[in-house]
Design a protein around this ligand. Structure first.
Ligand code: SF4
Length: 111
């Protein structure tokens, strides 16, 4: 069985915001894709989750946590895991500069 990546919870993480999440009233299955889900069904489920996040009063706190924790799965703060990955790559590119190979080094370091 492949090793599952784990979130890297920031040492200064707080959790009170979760008490106010709009997803507390929603089906959690909306936010986490089932194994092998892809295509139109994945797009539709992600959009449904994002519509819940769009009216959530703690969206920024949620997104900040998920990005800093490198949450590997699910829609958090209105961002899918693929969207968060792009943020990590962008952040790494900034840190690593723009010279040839910088993108690859950033991607390798993020994997
Ligand atoms: S932003 Fe979305 S995932 Fe985060 S607490 Fe709000 S509804 Fe839940």
């Amino acid at each position: 069985m492949p090793q599952q990546p784990l979130a890297q919870v920031p040492v200064d993480a707080t959790w009170e915001w979760q008490e106010h999440g709009a997803c507390r009233e929603a089906d959690t299955a909306l936010f986490f894709h089932p194994q092998n889900e892809r295509g139109l069904s994945r797009i539709r489920r992600d959009r449904a989750a994002k519509s819940v996040c769009a009216r959530c009063e703690v969206r920024l706190e949620c997104a900040d946590y998920a990005i800093r924790a490198r949450e590997p799965y699910g829609v958090w703060g209105g961002l899918t895991e693929e969207e968060r990955e792009r943020i990590y790559v962008k952040a790494a590119l900034t840190t690593y500069g723009r010279e040839k190979g910088a993108g690859l080094r950033a991607a390798v370091d993020l994997l």
